[in-house]
Unconditional design. Structure first.
Ligand SMILES: *Cc1c(COP(=O)(O)O)cnc(C)c1O
Length: 489
């Protein structure tokens, strides 16, 4: 008994840490109240404040540290204010027009908070059937949107990169090739395909496989005739063309590849047809894009990013595969300590469809956001982004800027047509000047080795006002540069 008394005495010495960690109704209410007030003031500043805070000259304050004793919530919120939320880019701002903007719909934050409070286990059906069924429902909705058959399935991931890794791994295993042959396997994409696909290939062990960049047409779409010729040549050399990576909306220009023609070629040659729709996929919610996306329904795998086109907060990607069997072949495992969980095999478990076992219950934020907004609002937001990009395209051309192509989706690529030897420097400087103003944020890229400015409309908060501000800033900075010769023209 002595040993048990010692244990009990030691337990007593610990006090009641549970009562601190589990706040009880009053403390919980006051926590929520404080976080609510903080988030409200953040949103006020986001609606009316800059999209970019330039790097501070001086010190921001003491660096992060941890203490033995509890720190009151207001002090932690003050750290968020001074050290985190008002520095660098504000991705929640409608003035965020760089890269591919994400979302951050507040309705989704409610789902996230509840997912954290209830701590539903969304990895295994047996544990939390409702959570898993909701995620399957949402994935099925995505598969239906893209026109995939009933054999399709998939999973919600942290983003497009992990979703791509899941798809590439499934494609690799479906090829049936053993590692000894991987160096003879050929992957076809374009120079504008997202770098996460090359990263996924490398992680999946296909870094030494052969990667071919298929030439693009004047709209930066993959050329099917060139693809076909390259495949025939590779086959004649005894290589194994196995994977075609197409884009439904590239990051650089928003171009959508001719998916139907590419599907013909991929399937005629026994290849896996993957479509990266991380940026563009949810524009399929607009009927007018059905023709541009024709052939998407023939894909073997598709990646889409709800944290882009469905305006969710960062941390939600999706992968759907034409035959769910391929995801299971690559990702399903069993372990002795999981045996209870596998008695119920009626419904698939997300843990068998991706590298993750324990994972965030992402479905709840997606469901809250889609339910609380309604699909029609999401469609109207998407349509608004398309119209805003077109408005900007015409306005900027009227102002004498040069554009690369008509926007295929909501990305506009443009530059000031300075003299050839100075055009790169001119436009890079223009992007810097826009950042110095801070009200809107744009990014640049290199196309054909030259600097181009990109404007990508996908933040749900972006309105005509943000684009009017952008035009005003661009023209003012251009005129300033022209008149002062602050930089070469
Ligand atoms: C954003 C993006 C990705 C990568 O997705 P993450 O969610 O950032 O990991 C892949 N492809 C395209 C076209 C993208 O726009």
């Amino acid at each position: 008994m002595e040993i048990k008394d010692e244990i009990l005495a030691a337990l007593k010495k610990l006090g009641d840490p549970v009562a601190v960690a589990d706040p009880g109704p009053e403390r919980w209410s006051s926590w929520i109240h404080e976080v609510e007030a903080y988030s409200r003031s953040f949103l006020d500043l986001t609606r009316n404040g800059p999209a970019w805070w330039p790097p501070e000259e001086g010190q921001v304050g003491p660096s992060f540290h941890l203490e033995e004793d509890p720190v009151p919530l207001p002090a932690i919120l003050e750290e968020c204010r001074s050290r985190i939320d008002f520095r660098g880019l504000n991705p929640a701002s409608g003035g965020h027009l760089g890269y591919i903007p994400g979302g951050g719909m507040p309705a989704a934050a409610l789902g996230d908070m509840l997912a954290a409070v209830t701590n539903r286990y969304a990895g295994i059906h047996f544990a939390n059937p409702g959570a898993v069924e909701l995620e399957h429902f949402l994935v099925r909705w995505v598969a239906d949107l893209f026109g995939l058959p009933s054999s399709a399935g998939g999973t919600l991931t942290s983003g497009g990169s992990i979703a791509s890794l899941v798809a590439i791994t499934a494609a690799r295993d479906a090829s049936g090739e053993l590692p000894a042959r991987w160096m003879d396997m050929v992957v076809y994409g374009t120079a504008h395909q997202h770098h996460c696909l090359d990263k996924a290939l490398r992680i999946a062990g296909l870094g030494y496989s052969i990667r071919r960049d298929v030439p693009m047409d004047e709209g930066f779409r993959m050329r099917p005739d060139m693809l076909d010729a390259m495949i025939q040549e590779d086959m004649a050399r005894g290589l194994h063309p196995f994977l075609l990576l197409a884009s439904a909306g590239t990051t650089d220009t928003g171009a959508v590849d001719p998916l139907d023609a590419l599907a013909d070629i991929a399937h005629a040659n026994g290849m896996w047809f993957h479509v990266d729709a991380a940026y563009g996929g949810f524009f399929r919610l607009l009927p007018e894009f059905a023709p541009a996306f024709a052939g998407l329904e023939r894909a073997d795998s598709i990646v889409a990013d709800p944290h882009k086109g469905l305006f969710l907060p960062y941390g939600t990607g999706a992968v759907v595969v034409r035959e769910i069997k391929h995801l299971l072949d690559s990702h399903a495992y069993e372990a002795a300590y999981m045996q209870d969980a596998y008695r119920d095999q009626e419904t698939l478990s997300p843990a068998d469809l991706s590298p993750e076992l324990t994972r965030h219950f992402r479905g709840l934020r997606m469901y809250f956001s889609m339910k609380m907004n309604g699909l029609s609002v999401i469609r109207h937001l998407l349509k608004q982004k398309i119209l805003l990009a077109r408005w900007f395209y015409h306005t900027i051309r009227e102002a004498g800027f040069e554009t690369l192509m008509e926007p295929a989706l909501s990305v506009v690529v443009f530059r000031w047509p300075a003299r050839d030897e100075e055009v790169d420097q001119w436009n890079a400087r223009l992007v810097d000047m826009i950042r110095e103003d801070g009200r809107v944020f744009l990014s640049s890229t290199r196309i054909g080795g030259r600097v181009w400015i990109r404007l990508a409309v996908l933040s749900f908060r972006t309105t005509l006002e943000h684009l009017e501000t952008t035009v005003e800033v661009l023209i003012r900075q251009r005129d300033h540069a022209l008149s002062t010769h602050g930089f070469a023209i």
